[in-house]
Design a protein around this ligand. Structure first.
Ligand SMILES: *Cc1c(COP(=O)(O)O)cnc(C)c1O
Length: 456
C-alpha cells in the first residue's frame, strides 16, 4: 500500500516509512492511496476470531508487503495479551439500543493503549531493519504520555523523552510515567503550561540539523498506523452485535472518530459517527455551519478533549473534497492565516452523511455521570460521559455504541464530585501510588532542552 499526503506535494511513501513518520514534508497528513477492503463475508463467517488477529488483519491490509504480516500478527498478539480483559474491547449493555465499548483495559487505562502498544514494537522493528535508532520526543497533557511510556519502555532501538507541564497533570497521570524503571525512558517536568511544553518540542524538531543528529521521531496521533489500529475495535463491535451501528465518540484531535470512518470505508456497516465534543466545540460548529474556526481553549472535566484544532480533521476534509490536494492546500492556508476556513457545500453534505455532532456542557456531563451511576451502578469517566450524553442526537431505536475512552479511576476527582463514589485504581496499577518517581525539571527554554538531549 502506498500513502499520499493530503496536500499533494510530498512523494508517496510505503508502510515502513509511514510507521516512522509524523506529518508529510509538505505539512499534510499521510492517507492510504485507496481504501483496502475487508473480506466481510469471511470475517462474519468466522466464529471465534481473537481480537489481536482481527487487529492484525486490518493492519496487514495497509502493509501490503507480506514480509510484514508475521511481525504484525506477532506484535498484535503480544500487545493485547497485556490487557486485563480477555475480550480486549468488551461491550456492556446500557439500556435499550445503547451499549458501552470499554476501551480502558490496557496498561494505562485509556484507549490510546490500543494503538501505541502495537505501534511501538512495529516502529522498533522498522528501525532494526534499517539498522538505526530513534529518540521519540513527546509533550503530553496526560494520557498520551502514559501510554507512550508503557508502550516504548524497553524497546531496544527507541529512546523516549516525555515532557509534561510541571504541577499541571493529575498525580495518577504523572505517576504512570515517572514510576517507569525502563532505562530508555526519561521524564521532564517543564516549568510552564502544556502549550509551552508542546512549543518546546516543536522548536527542537524545527532545528533540522539537531533533529537529524539525534534521530528525533514523534508518535503523535497523526501517525497513520495509530488510526488504522483503532479501526479494529469498530470492526470487532460490528462482529459482536451484527447489525449496522452508530458510534458516539468523545472527540479531541479527531483520531478516534476518524478511525471509525476508516472502518466504514473498509466495509464495516456503520450508520453514523457522532462527534461528541465538550465546550471546545470547533468540530460541532463546523458540522453545523460549514465554518471551521478556532476559538480559545477552555479547561473542562474532560481534559483530553480540550483541543480547538483537531489535527486529524484534515484527513476528513481531504476525503470530503474529492481527495483534491489543491483544495486542501487552499483551505489549510486560509485556516493558518485567519484561524477559519469555509468547507465547500458539497463536502459538508458528504460529511453529514457519515457524521453527526453534539456539544456537551459541563453540567450535562456531570448530570450524565450521576444518572448512569444511579440507574445502572456504572461509573463513567467524564470523557465517556460526554460521549454518552451525545447519543441524544440519535433516534431512540437507533443502535448506538458509546466509546468509553478512559477508565473512571483515571479521573477520580470528577467522578467523585458527580457521583459521590471515588473509583478505585485497578489492583494491577496500585503499586504506582507508592513507587519512587524519576523525573528531571527543566525551564521553559529550547536551549535547555537541546542541552539535556545532547547530554543524555
Ligand atoms: C485522547 C483522548 C480522547 C480524544 O481522542 P482523539 O482521538 O484525540 O479525538 C478522548 N478521551 C480520552 C480519555 C483520551 O485520552
Amino acid at each position: 500500500m502506498k500513502f499520499v499526503s493530503t496536500r499533494g506535494q510530498s512523494p508517496e511513501i510505503g508502510f515502513e516509512d509511514v510507521l516512522l513518520s509524523g506529518p508529510a514534508p509538505d505539512g499534510g497528513l499521510y492517507v492510504p492511496q485507496s481504501w483496502p477492503k475487508l473480506d466481510m463475508l469471511r470475517l462474519t463467517g468466522k466464529k471465534d476470531l481473537k481480537y489481536a488477529d482481527l487487529a492484525a488483519t486490518v493492519l496487514a491490509l495497509y502493509a501490503g508487503d507480506p514480509a510484514w504480516y508475521e511481525a504484525i500478527q506477532h506484535h498484535a498478539r503480544a500487545a493485547y495479551a497485556k490487557f486485563d480483559d480477555q475480550r480486549i474491547a468488551p461491550l456492556r449493555e446500557l439500556g435499550p439500543h445503547r451499549w458501552l465499548l470499554e476501551l480502558f483495559h490496557g496498561p494505562t487505562l485509556a484507549f490510546k493503549d490500543f494503538a501505541l502498544q502495537v505501534l511501538a514494537p512495529l516502529m522498533n522493528e522498522a528501525l532494526a531493519r534499517r539498522k538505526t535508532r530513534a529518540l521519540v520526543l513527546a509533550a503530553t497533557s496526560g494520557d498520551t504520555g502514559a501510554a507512550a511510556v508503557a508502550a516504548l519502555a524497553g524497546q531496544p532501538n527507541i529512546d523516549l523523552i516525555v515532557l509534561h507541564p510541571k504541577g499541571r497533570i493529575s498525580d495518577i497521570q504523572r505517576r504512570q510515567m515517572t514510576t517507569s524503571t525502563a532505562s530508555n525512558v526519561r521524564n521532564i517536568a517543564i516549568e510552564g503550561t502544556f502549550d509551552d511544553a508542546q512549543a518546546l518540542v516543536k522548536a527542537v524538531f524545527a532545528d533540522a540539523e539537531f533533529a537529524a543528529k539525534h534521530k528525533l521521531a514523534a508518535i503523535n496521533s497523526i501517525n497513520w498506523i495509530r488510526i488504522a489500529a483503532q479501526a479494529a475495535y469498530y470492526l470487532s463491535t460490528y462482529l459482536a452485535l451484527r447489525r449496522p451501528l452508530t458510534f458516539s465518540v468523545p472527540t479531541g484531535n479527531f483520531g478516534d472518530v476518524f478511525a471509525g470512518y476508516v472502518a466504514k470505508q473498509m466495509g464495516t456497516p456503520i450508520q453514523k459517527l457522532i462527534i461528541a465534543t465538550n465546550a471546545n466545540d470547533i468540530l460541532a460548529r463546523a458540522l453545523a455551519t460549514g465554518i471551521y474556526a478556532r476559538k480559545a481553549v477552555n479547561a473542562t472535566l474532560s481534559p483530553a478533549m480540550d483541543i480547538q484544532v483537531a489535527s486529524n480533521f484534515e484527513r476528513l476534509l481531504f476525503e470530503a473534497h474529492g481527495r483534491d490536494p489543491a483544495v486542501l492546500r487552499d483551505l489549510m492556508a486560509q485556516f493558518a492565516a485567519t484561524g477559519s476556513m469555509t468547507i465547500k457545500p458539497d463536502a459538508l453534505e458528504l460529511m453529514r452523511k457519515s457524521f453527526a455532532a453534539d456539544r456537551v456542557h459541563e453540567g450535562e456531563t456531570v448530570a450524565t455521570m450521576k444518572l448512569v451511576h444511579r440507574d445502572s451502578g456504572i461509573l463513567l469517566d467524564p470523557h465517556t460521559a460526554v460521549g454518552f450524553t451525545a447519543t441524544r442526537v440519535a433516534a431512540p431505536d437507533e443502535d448506538v455504541v458509546t466509546v468509553a475512552t478512559a477508565h473512571p479511576a483515571k479521573f477520580p476527582e470528577a467522578v467523585e464530585m458527580a457521583t459521590g463514589v471515588k473509583p478505585a485504581l485497578p489492583e494491577r496499577l496500585r503499586w504506582i501510588l507508592s513507587a519512587p518517581e524519576r523525573c528531571d525539571t527543566l525551564p521553559n527554554d529550547p536551549a535547555a532542552l537541546r542541552h539535556y538531549i545532547a547530554a543524555n
